[in-house]
Design a protein around this ligand. Structure first.
Ligand code: ATP
Ligand code: MG
Length: 222
């Protein structure tokens, strides 16, 4: 997988006027890169991350995914790419409260039309990988915060994505747990060759990147 971003910009329009959230972003991300994105609050980190695969529509610029232009394709074509190739880990985990651990992790496979017994098998395998084999039938509220975060990671991994996008995946965790989650992401990155693109406030977390990107006021800084 290869992601090339050319002159990407996003301008939000609000009642108070326009906000240039990101400006003139140029970037090349290769397979197995671990990219970290840091910068002050409001510098455009989440906007950049969510723009990459169309969860936010960029205002201008080009994005190429494996040399195919994806910034100007239809919403359904983009959704198909996300479903097949992308795993998301959000800061608040976004687990479904009334679904069990294994059911939460089955969601991406269900969207891909995988049959039920295969969904259960693959969800169970990946939950084993994140150390939650004995928590398959718990609800999110019956899990610790770190366990909930690992469920979110398992869900992001279960369909073997080529890219994982993570927005502050350790934002709510204590230092020990943060390191555990970061080590997981590193393991996924090196053992499975999955590209990781991670927004973080933490300098320690940023050190996990082989490519460290800094944003200020919507622009890349060195
Ligand atoms: N939906 C929106 N409508 C209007 N303005 C927005 C919207 N989302 C973000 N912004 C503005 O765009 C800028 C960049 O926001 P963004 O969420 O990308 O920052 P961030 O770097 O992720 O910040 P944080 O570290 O606080 O999460 C901010 O000034 C923000 O107020
Ligand atoms: Mg953000």
């Amino acid at each position: 997988m290869n992601l090339t971003i050319e002159k990407l910009a996003k301008e939000y329009t609000t009642k108070d006027g326009k906000v240039n959230a990101i400006n003139n972003i140029n970037l090349v991300i290769n397979k197995s890169d671990f990219v970290t994105i840091t910068g002050p609050s409001g510098s455009g980190k989440s906007t950049l991350l969510l723009s990459l695969f169309g969860l936010i529509k960029p205002s201008s610029g080009k994005i190429f995914f494996d040399d195919k232009r994806i910034d100007n394709i239809s919403d359904s074509a983009l959704a198909k790419i996300r479903k097949n190739h992308i795993g998301f880990i959000m800061q608040n985990f976004a687990l479904i409260p009334y679904l069990t651990t294994v059911q939460n992790v089955m969601i991406p496979l269900s969207l891909l039309g995988v049959n039920k017994s295969e969904q259960i098998k693959r969800a169970t395998e990946v939950l084993e990988f994140v150390g939650l084999k004995n928590r398959l039938n718990h609800l999110p509220r019956q899990l610790s915060i770190g366990q909930q975060q690992r469920v979110a990671i398992a869900r992001a991994l279960v369909h073997n994505p080529s890219v994982i996008l993570a927005d502050e995946p350790t934002g709510n965790l204590d230092p020990a747990l943060s390191l555990e989650i970061l080590d997981f992401l590193k393991k996924i990155n090196t053992e499975k060759g999955i590209t990781v693109i991670m927004v973080t406030h933490s300098p320690t977390a940023a050190e996990y990147g082989n490519k460290k990107i800094k944003l200020n006021n919507g622009e890349l800084v060195n």
